[in-house]
Design a protein around this ligand. Sequence first.
Ligand SMILES: Cc1cc2nc3c(=O)[nH]c(=O)nc-3n(C[C@H](O)[C@H](O)[C@H](O)COP(=O)(O)OP(=O)(O)OC[C@H]3O[C@@H](n4cnc5c(N)ncnc54)[C@H](O)[C@@H]3O)c2cc1C
Length: 335
Amino acid sequence: MGNQNTKSSIAIIGAGLAGLSCAKRLQTLGFEVQVFEKSRGPSGRMSTRNSDSWSADHGAQYFTARDPLFIEELTTWIHDRVAAAWNPHLKVYENGQWRESNPGEQRYVGTPAMNSPGKHLAKSIPVKYSQTIDHIDRKDNQWILRTAEDGTMKEHFDWLVLAIPAPQAFALSKLIDRSLSEKNAVDMLGCWTVMVCFTEKQDVPFDAAFINGEIISWLSRNNSKPNRQGLETWTIHANPQWSHQWIELDKDEASKQILECAKQIGLHSQNAQVSVHRWRYASGSIAPSPEFRLEKVFNLGLCGDWLHSGRVEGAWLSGYQLGNAIAVQATPPNH
Ligand SMILES: Cc1cc2nc3c(=O)[nH]c(=O)nc-3n(C[C@H](O)[C@H](O)[C@H](O)COP(=O)(O)OP(=O)(O)OC[C@H]3O[C@@H](n4cnc5c(N)ncnc54)[C@H](O)[C@@H]3O)c2cc1C
């Protein structure tokens, strides 16, 4: 148990799925939390880009559910209409040949957009947006946070959760203790993403495809997902190794090479509207996965997909399990 006379105050950096699930779990257990997020909205890499006439999921494309706890959560999302099953016509391209993809596990997506489950979770959680935490410090067993936008906060916290990708957690935790940052050293690979919006429906014989051995590794028709509206838009992901090697490439040049590859495979983007996004930290995880980290000496927790399988489900589980672990250590709400 904690050694304060009042209940613990808990700050969480990052309103991706891991930070939100940690916050929700702690809230459910009676704790007060405050989440800080550098973007203008929640969901992190489960994200959707919107324009007046189209929208496209440009981070996570779909997710699967294996763990009973996550299946239970997903069931509530489906009930609340913020997620649904997605059954695309899925193909695989390899060595110049197409084949049908094995049906495999059931795939799910957020509805009407990939960021919908995150938005849904964030409704009941105090999140301060456009707040980039650029410095953390500890004084008298309290956490002191500084934001790039507003400087050092007056409010101090008993507990701190870093729910951010490994390289960003590395950069912050090394301000406290070098050994902490070494534990968080995971190489995460980037991902170049191109979104292509067409004014007419494309005659392409699949909804999504895994591409092996080419610059691109995935493309999908967003409008094949449930409840999507607007013009037909495709999301194309470059493969992680190529993206990592060329992450500093000029956006136009990256887009040109990716679209040329897509054209060879059958998606012609002539006259289409094109939008590009560079994910610096898209994928990567520690193996074997520790699920989360709890540094009791510092009252510090870390969660995120990189600690739990590198996927949407892992991010949610990592945050949830860290919430449980902190609840055991922190001063309880009725103290
Ligand atoms: C291109 C791409 C494709 C993917 N495809 C799939 C897929 O098909 N299936 C699947 O299951 N998963 C996929 N993933 C992975 C999935 O998106 C992640 O596993 C999951 O969303 C990670 O959630 P998280 O909360 O751990 O991290 P994030 O979603 O990255 O959340 C971290 C949050 O912290 C914020 N933040 C960072 N630093 C600071 C700071 N200093 N101050 C304040 N806020 C900060 C960020 O803005 C972000 O909102 C994909 C990811 C990408 C990028």
